[in-house]
Design a protein around this ligand. Structure first.
Ligand code: CUA
Length: 156
């Protein structure tokens, strides 16, 4: 079968375009935040946070061999606790909630980044393989003290 030269070029171009298009959709499906499982499905009464477990005892808790839970409360304009020490190599599940307005929970230099809405409990797990200081900061504007809202995490 004889295919005209230009026809052949268009066929190739068409195929290349289709493949590029499909891979873009495929990549989006895997990277789009909309497809990530939501991390704030658990709800809590903001007024009752400080008397409800695990938030009645914020801080680091060992739950397994080098596995920890770090419970933190966010409020204008700080984190409770404000300083945390974590052993190197620890796998840490952050469990956080806000008792007033929407705050952000970001651990600079990691992929931990959550929008923390009052009434919801957010969680994310991260393994700290390297020693060092990490800054926990609020990355959602929450009022005049927003820029001072931070905490320190030390991996030792
Ligand atoms: Cu809390 Cu910005």
């Amino acid at each position: 079968m004889h295919i005209h030269k230009f026809e052949k070029i268009w066929l190739i171009l068409g195929t290349v375009t289709l493949v590029a298009f499909l891979s873009t959709i495929g990549i989006q499906a895997f990277t789009s935040p909309d497809h990530a499982p939501p991390s704030d499905l658990t709800t809590i009464e903001p007024e009752e946070v400080e008397t409800t477990a695990p938030f009645d005892e914020p801080g680091l808790k060992k739950v397994g061999e080098n596995e920890y839970e770090l419970v933190m409360i966010l409020q204008s304009f700080g984190f409770t606790p404000g300083e945390v020490e974590i052993p190197q190599g620890a796998k840490v599940k952050f469990i956080v909630t806000s008792i007033d307005v929407v705050h952000g929970f970001e651990v600079a230099g990691t992929n931990i980044n959550m929008m923390v809405t009052p009434g919801h409990i957010n969680s994310m797990t991260y393994t700290f393989d390297e020693k060092g200081s990490f800054l926990i900061l609020c990355n959602e504007y929450c009022g005049i003290g927003h820029h001072y809202m931070s905490a320190e995490l030390e991996v030792k």
